[in-house]
Design a binder for this molecule. Structure first.
Ligand code: UDP
Ligand code: MG
Length: 317
């Protein structure tokens, strides 16, 4: 007879996509930290449809690490969806989400847990003190990202807080209950407004392997962030349209006056320029509209953003 399971104090959710190179290092460091907590925990490794040896390695590690739980998604669904899957499955009173590549040092977890308990806060953000190990490109795009989010007045997202954070059960339940798709957790969580604190850490270099965030995925995250929290781009399209209209009116008046004064207009260049400019503005506005219409469409379909293929908790494997 297996013992009745002790309540789990902490779940550590780790999304991973083709992380075979970093997995041995991760397991070693994470296990040392977690075992040192002296409390019942589980590590929820969310295998985001990896096509390398990640699933094989995970099963191997699980043989002598019973706290390791493997949740495998049917297809590569993206970082945010993988975290969402982990949050939906995690059982702990507190849940930490952590990248697999050791850029977020697991050694910070005990401090996050301590702060959550002692200060009685629901969310503890890991905030990057020092990002000098990130590439200049990554830092530049990150700064632009937070600048835009702040300028749009959407929400107070803690600067330089990525997806390394600890959440209470209540917070996780709130996140899980959101019907919203393509949710950007680093914005959704602060928007929920739970009492929070921050713990600083130094961002490390990726321990092994290479980034799973190509530019296309970064752009996707940025577009999801903006459209998920702000209607400003739609208003921007309106203003652009108004401005274009005014400019067109000016040209019209000029053309009529010139005609009345009997000055033949050469005309061709200006016509072509205006047609092109108006066309561009229209396409831009359409594209912006499309982003929102697309999100509405996806929300209506309410198709899950991930499917769980396997959870070692259910199957015992
Ligand atoms: N990741 C994932 N699915 C994806 C892309 C990334 O689960 O489609 C995971 C990845 O394995 C890592 C985390 O998300 O644990 C962050 O990715 P990465 O470190 O490659 O991003 P970067 O730090 O370069 O922005
Ligand atoms: Mg990384």
């Amino acid at each position: 007879m297996p013992e009745p399971a002790a309540p789990i104090a902490l779940s550590i959710v780790v999304p991973m996509f083709n992380e075979e190179a970093v997995l041995p290092l991760l397991v070693e460091r994470l296990r040392t930290v977690a075992d040192g907590l002296d409390t019942a925990y589980e590590v929820v490794a969310v295998d985001d449809g990896s096509s390398d040896a990640t699933p094989v390695l995970l099963e191997r590690y699980r043989r002598d690490w019973p706290e390791l739980r493997i949740v495998r998604l049917r297809a590569n669904s993206g970082h945010q969806a993988a975290i969402s899957a982990g949050l939906a499955r995690a059982r702990g009173d507190y849940v930490v989400t952590l990248d697999a590549d050791l850029q977020d040092p697991p050694e910070v977890i005990p401090e996050m847990l301590r702060v959550a308990r002692e200060d009685a806060v629901d969310v503890v953000y890991g905030v990057r003190h020092d990002r000098s190990t990130d590439t200049a490109f990554k830092r530049g795009t990150a700064r632009l990202f937070y600048w835009i989010i702040r300028r749009l007045g959407a929400i107070e997202a803690p600067q330089d807080a990525g997806d390394y954070r600890l959440m209470s059960r209540a917070t996780v339940q709130a996140v899980n209950s959101l019907p919203e798709q393509n949710r950007v957790l680093r914005l959704v969580v602060p928007a929920l407004g739970f009492p929070s604190a921050a713990v600083g850490y130094t961002r490390e270099v990726r321990a092994a392997g290479h980034t799973k965030y190509p530019l296309a995925k970064m752009v996707r995250l940025a577009v999801d962030s903006v459209t998920g929290f702000s209607l400003a781009p739609l208003r921007f399209a309106t203003w652009l349209g108004l401005l274009g209209g005014l400019a067109a009116l000016g040209v019209l008046v000029y053309a009529v006056v010139a005609r009345l004064l009997g000055q033949a207009l050469p005309g061709w260049t200006s016509t072509v320029v205006i047609v092109a400019a108006v066309g561009a503005v229209q396409l831009l506005a359409l594209g912006i509209l499309g982003e929102y219409v697309g999100r509405m469409y996806a929300a209506m379909q309410a198709r899950p953003t991930y499917f769980i293929a396997h959870d070692s908790l259910d199957t015992g494997r």
